[in-house]
Design a protein around this ligand. Structure first.
Ligand SMILES: N[C@@H](CCC(=O)N[C@@H](CS)C(=O)NCC(=O)O)C(=O)O
Length: 217
């Protein structure tokens, strides 16, 4: 059955791999599943046809036969549950890997995204710098906790799993910032994720969309 995902026609991150279709592409590459991509303009994302798939008018979505899914965490869990390689066979280890998918999107991502929201929406306010200091303190708290848990391990819990995939995807939003550099084990963890063949294939596919659109003007 053909898998179709949605992605930005013109990604605001200019092909830096931050748009959330990247996680889904990465999971599909890890699972060696071919997929089609439907590119959407910002206008199309808010129209009824897409809202029927994604009630918040966002990407990514995932369609396969009569299944339509939204939320990157749910999509990644679905892919991981239906293809080998992204979740351990042992029941308890599997449950823990799933917990890391949730930790990435519900504990780590909100504080990290807050920093981007503050920059875009409040960057010109007189109180922005002070506010940013609070936002960054909250990020550092979570990074410190995650760093302590990861320690010297290669991945969060045994072998690479969908939990690592989602966590690294979230941490990548801090790539290049000194906040992440202050946690060398987390920086190295992110780099290990980026070095995976599946990640590189997914990144190249997403970047190709940006390059094609740029070349077309
Ligand atoms: N929690 C959602 C977030 C989806 C999301 O924020 N998508 C962004 C792109 S990465 C988007 O579509 N932004 C455009 C908008 O919200 O209008 C998920 O993980 O799938």
């Amino acid at each position: 059955m053909t898998i179709t995902i949605t992605a930005f026609e013109r990604s605001p991150d200019r092909g830096r791999g931050l748009a959330r279709d990247m996680r889904v592409r990465w999971a599909l590459e890890e699972a060696a599943q071919p997929y089609d991509v439907r590119l959407l303009s910002f206008k199309a994302m808010k129209e009824p046809a897409h809202l029927a798939l994604q009630p918040f008018g966002q990407i990514p979505t995932y369609e396969e036969g009569d299944l339509a899914l939204f939320e990157s965490g749910a999509i990644i869990l679905h892919i991981a549950e239906h293809h080998p390689g992204l979740l351990p066979d042992d029941k308890n280890a599997r449950a823990r890997a799933i917990a890391w998918i949730f930790a990435a999107v519900s504990t780590m991502e909100p504080v990290i995204v807050d920093r981007e929201t503050a920059r875009f929406e409040e960057g010109k306010e007189s109180w922005y710098e002070e506010h940013l200091a609070h936002v960054e303190r909250r990020i550092r708290k979570r990074l410190g906790e995650l760093s302590a848990r990861l320690g010297d391990a290669e991945w969060l819990d045994g072998n690479f799993s969908a939990g690592d995939l989602q966590m690294i995807s979230v941490l990548l939003r801090l790539k290049g910032s000194e906040i992440l550099r202050d946690y060398p084990n987390l920086s190295a963890y992110v780099e290990r994720g980026e070095a995976r063949t599946a990640y590189r294939r997914a990144f190249a596919a997403q970047k190709a969309v940006f390059l094609a659109v740029s070349a077309g003007g």
